[in-house]
Ligand binder design. Structure first.
Ligand code: HEC
Length: 116
């Protein structure tokens, strides 16, 4: 009896399994939660900061931070992130503060604004 096709088939399946396992280990498609944590570490927490910015700030400072309707531009300002965080929390002049944001949200927003 010639069982060569079975040997070839088995070898093929082993290779296919290795490829699939390798793919799963690298791409981690089911790890949505842990990859959200990972993307945080890799700066994609920016997305949350961007949403916060568009929601709370863009109406006055513009979507790219260049200032609208006489509100100041945030581009290349000399403020530190801590100063920006203070302004976000407390407001300044006609700008309302956002005391309801968490410290974490304020910190993300401040570093987002700092990079305009
Ligand atoms: C209602 C309009 C309005 C909104 C909304 C608003 N701002 Fe402002 N913002 C201002 C005005 C007006 C000033 C100038 C205040 C002053 O100097 O008297 C200002 C000043 C600032 C400054 C200081 C700029 C400088 O060079 O001194 C920063 C930083 C800032 N805003 C960031 C933000 C961020 C971040 C948000 C969103 C969380 C935000 N602002 C939301 C109107 C607004």
């Amino acid at each position: 009896m010639d069982n060569k096709p079975i040997v070839i088939f088995t070898a093929f399946m082993v290779v296919a399994l290795i490829v699939i396992i390798g793919y799963l280990m690298m791409s981690n498609p089911f790890g949505a939660v842990s990859s959200a944590a990972a993307s945080e570490q890799h700066g994609m927490g920016d997305q949350q900061a961007m949403i916060l910015y568009l929601h709370n700030c863009a109406s006055c400072h513009g979507t790219s931070g260049d200032g609208l309707n006489g509100n100041p531009s945030l581009i290349n300002n000399n403020l530190s992130e801590a100063q920006i965080a203070g302004i976000i929390h407390n407001g300044k002049g006609k700008m309302p503060g956002l005391p309801k944001l968490t410290e974490e949200q304020v910190r993300k927003l401040a570093s987002f604004v700092k990079r305009f």
